[in-house]
Design a protein around this ligand. Structure first.
Ligand SMILES: [Zn+2]
Length: 75
């Protein structure tokens, strides 16, 4: 799973998340085109205040998907 983080803070938030939960998150992203939960691939992480925004593509159809992770909820 390749991940690119735009800032060290984004990486820090992601790495603070337990591995099991990281997998859970990336396997449960809603795709607006598939109308279901899909796996996000080729995503980048962007820190927005205490939250982390994952932006990537739907594994099934390639549509742009995003997932916001609240900083507090992962601690
Ligand atoms: Zn899709």
């Amino acid at each position: 799973m390749d991940k690119i983080f735009t800032t060290p803070q984004a990486r820090e938030i992601w790495e603070a998340i337990p591995k099991v939960y990281q997998t859970k998150i990336s396997n449960n992203v809603y795709c607006g085109k598939c109308h279901k939960m899909i796996t996000i691939v080729n995503f980048t992480g962007e820190a927005m205040q205490s939250s982390l925004v994952l932006k990537g593509k739907c594994k099934r159809c390639g549509y742009d998907v995003a997932r916001v992770i609240e900083g507090e909820s992962v601690r």
